[in-house]
Design a protein around this ligand. Structure first.
Ligand code: ZN
Length: 331
């Protein structure tokens, strides 16, 4: 029963997200939710925010449908994610054991991030922008929630597994983290924000050097700052590391099928963030044992360096890929 409620909530929020995306894109390509793309006749307020039917106009313009997809898409994502959290225990790791009510607070907290990522994806797909309103409200929500609850983290700011002995001694968690929950919440969220923003900024500069244009927009930098504030620095690093992979798995077929030469990177970052949140236990402890990597500063630095090398190679491939004539490939 609770999955039905969560899915329904997702559909409603997805529908409102479409309206919000359109309103923020006023004077740009707002996708026909503000006025008819054909004749410019205004769309009613109900249809802009809540209506669930295709928007038709008296003129010859084809009906607007994407808001229905936006609604169903977020509903489906809410269902899948809450199933992963509640039934598959995708976030239960040894180090972080909040009290039960706080464990259940983390779900709406993450669903809030998913909703904001969905809005950013919609605006990015419509007109290649990620409005600051979305990002700033997200960062404020993340910081306030982390400080007030003090227990929303998927992983503490620092956990050391070096001296742990199986069955005898657990990982070392610094004492101040256990003593000052709220202060730790603030430090944890800020560390994620800085990690997300600074690394994305560096990649942006690097791609500018290598390609002659930045492969990431400023919107991607602020988007990753928001993601970091919500999920902390370790998970943010994972998001950045898998995003080129997500980009290849989804972006290359899209390019070959539609032939669109420039695809915004924001949606891939958003998807990677949802993937990391939904598979955290397996990434951290069970299959990839990232906790060993994140216990060591040298390993973390090595991981960052490795990601950079992979990224350089990918950017060079992208450069070659872009010079290929798409028409020839499609035939
Ligand atoms: Zn019209």
């Amino acid at each position: 029963m609770h999955f039905v409620i969560i899915t329904f909530l997702g559909c409603v929020l997805g529908r409102i997200s479409a309206g919000w995306a359109a309103v923020m894109l006023v004077d740009m390509n707002s996708g026909g939710l503000l006025d008819c793309p054909g004749c410019g006749a205004p769309v009613s307020r109900w249809q802009r925010w809540f209506g669930f039917l295709p928007i038709r106009c008296g003129c010859k313009a084809s009906p607007v449908m994407w808001h229905i997809g936006a609604s169903l898409g977020l509903g489906g994502m809410f269902l899948a994610f809450s199933w992963l959290v509640l039934e598959a225990d995708c976030q239960s790791v040894h180090e972080v054991r909040p009290d039960l009510p706080l464990l259940y607070l983390r779900l709406p907290y993450h669903l809030t991030l998913i909703t904001l990522l969905w809005v950013a994806t919609l605006t990015d797909l419509l007109d290649y922008v990620i409005p600051d309103e979305v990002i700033y409200s997200g960062i404020v929500i993340a910081l306030v929630a982390s400080v007030v609850s003090g227990d929303l983290q998927m992983m503490h700011l620092w956990v050391n597994w070096d001296d742990a002995v199986a069955g005898l001694r657990g990982p070392l968690i610094p004492e101040w983290i256990q003593g000052f929950h709220r202060l730790h919440g603030l430090a944890w969220s800020m560390a994620g924000l800085l990690m997300g923003a600074s690394l994305t900024w560096l990649v942006r500069c690097l791609s500018h050097r290598l390609l002659g244009y930045p492969a990431l927009g400023l919107g991607d930098v602020t988007l990753m700052a928001m993601v970091g504030a919500f999920i902390g620095w370790q998970a943010t690093l994972c998001v950045l590391a898998i995003s080129p992979l997500t980009g290849i798995v989804i972006g290359v077929p899209v390019k070959l099928l539609i032939g669109r030469s420039f695809v915004a990177y924001g949606p891939y970052l958003a998807l990677s963030a949802v993937l990391v949140m939904g598979t955290w236990r397996w990434l951290w402890a069970d299959y990839f044992t990232l906790r060993d990597v994140f216990s060591h500063w040298p390993s973390v630095a090595g991981l960052i360096a490795f990601s950079y090398v992979v990224l350089c190679v990918l950017l060079f491939l992208l450069r070659i890929f872009r010079t290929l004539p798409t028409e020839g490939l499609r035939r």
